[in-house]
Write a protein that binds this ligand. Sequence first.
Ligand SMILES: [Zn+2]
Length: 205
Amino acid sequence: MGIYPPPLERLIEQFSRLPGIGQKSATRVSLYILKAQRELAQNLANSLIDVKEKITFCSICFNFTDGDPCRICNDPARSNGIICVVEGPGDQLAIEESGIFKGRYHVLHGALSPLDGIGPEDLKIGALLSRIEKEDIREVILATNPNTEGEATASFLVTLLSDKGLEMTRIALGVPMGGDLKYMDALTLRHAIKSRVTVNREKNI
Ligand SMILES: [Zn+2]
């Protein structure tokens, strides 16, 4: 038995099931909602239902969208022929927010992880292959995460796509902006040196 009335306990329990929200945060948020105007609770409830009902996956790139195909796949101003492969919709959003990339995306919905039983057939790799055939892709940017699963996924795709006559590039891994070399770990520095780039020309994307 909790110390709060059951409806409040239930709300705290629901919030504490969310990623990154512990019991304390869940209690704080629940008490805030309880004290706030009814309108806040109503808007929150409506938004929760709205995302479940109106957001789907784009049938081309598998990104979140409220219309199919998504805005990016539908945008004639984006350059065709170059596709940036990411693990999740959040990664796609982060690259899009940077404003640097003007090509197309493909969201894999995960990364290879044999220990968790996640193989190629669990990711949107088959769909990527057919897009490469259909859309006349000339460059694939592998923007999976710089961890064991992301690296395994990138090297799997390199092998899989090696006979397609594509240029395959991997996002540079290494020193972050505002970083300080003397505090970098050895693995990051090793990647940074390995992923070094020529500085007298800009990549055209
Ligand atoms: Zn799309």
